[in-house]
Design a protein around this ligand. Structure first.
Ligand code: F6R
Length: 237
């Protein structure tokens, strides 16, 4: 694992943007795996600025997001489709049909998971998968105990994740309890992984994930077994 220590959130986001820019400029048809949440917000702002300045083009890029809430559609302010449209897709030159996010409103969620997994396979491989880290060690919404071999699937959020994500909703009761998430097996197939972790409150779990035992109780610990992971963090390890 390559660890890049930075001083703050801004620097982490700049460095992450440099990595994404380098990849896309080298291979215009890159396939990106994307994340939502607070961590990548600034990274997306920087990519938008660079796209406006024509330093980067998403015209031939494909994207696959990690996850979506079951029951929330694209017009719902809390859906991850809405988040991605607002923060990145509607602001850059990407073709919307090249942006993939699981459909949280699908009538058959199992079929939707299969379809999503097939779309990823059709795209070949994810060149760069962006990940944030949950306070409980989750990646995507693979909560503690998730199988390391899992593919895209429907799962229940942990109570701790519901509480952590309640900040985006009116009340904690409004947070959907079910999600569709790429599995850990899917994530591990990406050629390269970019893990962004910011803030002292994640220090303990980050240390366990990268230095501790590789265990399904700490889903992110599996990243120790991936051959090309870059961690950018302001936490001193
Ligand atoms: C988001 C995702 C989650 C978040 C994680 C950290 O698509 O899959 O794993 O990356 O919960 O969230 P933030 O960045 O809000 O701390």
């Amino acid at each position: 694992m390559q660890i890049v220590k930075v001083n703050n959130y801004e620097e982490m986001s700049e460095k992450a943007a440099d990595l994404v820019t380098g990849l896309i400029n080298q291979s215009k048809k890159s396939v990106l795996g994307l994340a939502t949440g607070s961590t990548p917000e600034k990274l997306y702002d920087i990519l938008v600025e660079r796209n406006i300045r024509k330093e980067i083009s998403f015209q031939q890029v494909k994207t696959f997001n990690l996850d979506e809430y079951v029951g929330l559609g694209e017009n719902d302010l809390n859906s991850y489709r809405y988040y991605m449209n607002e923060k990145l897709f509607h602001k850059v030159d990407i073709e919307m049909e090249n942006t993939y996010i699981p459909n949280g409103l699908a009538t058959s969620l199992d079929k939707e998971c299969e379809r999503y997994e097939q779309e990823i396979q059709k795209a070949g491989t994810i060149d760069l998968q962006l990940l944030g880290l949950g306070l409980n060690g989750h990646i995507g919404f693979n909560e503690p105990g998730s199988s390391f071999n899992s593919r895209t699937h429907v799962t229940q959020l942990d109570q701790s994740t519901i509480e952590a994500n309640a900040r985006f909703f009116k009340t904690p009761e409004d947070v959907p309890t079910k999600v569709i998430t790429m599995g850990i097996g899917t994530i591990m197939k990406a050629k390269q992984i970019l893990l962004l972790v910011q803030g002292e409150k994640k220090a303990e779990i980050l240390k366990k994930a990268i230095e501790g035992e590789v265990t399904e109780h700490i889903p992110a610990s599996i990243l120790q077994r991936h051959s090309n992971v870059t961690l950018i963090t302001d936490i001193s390890i």
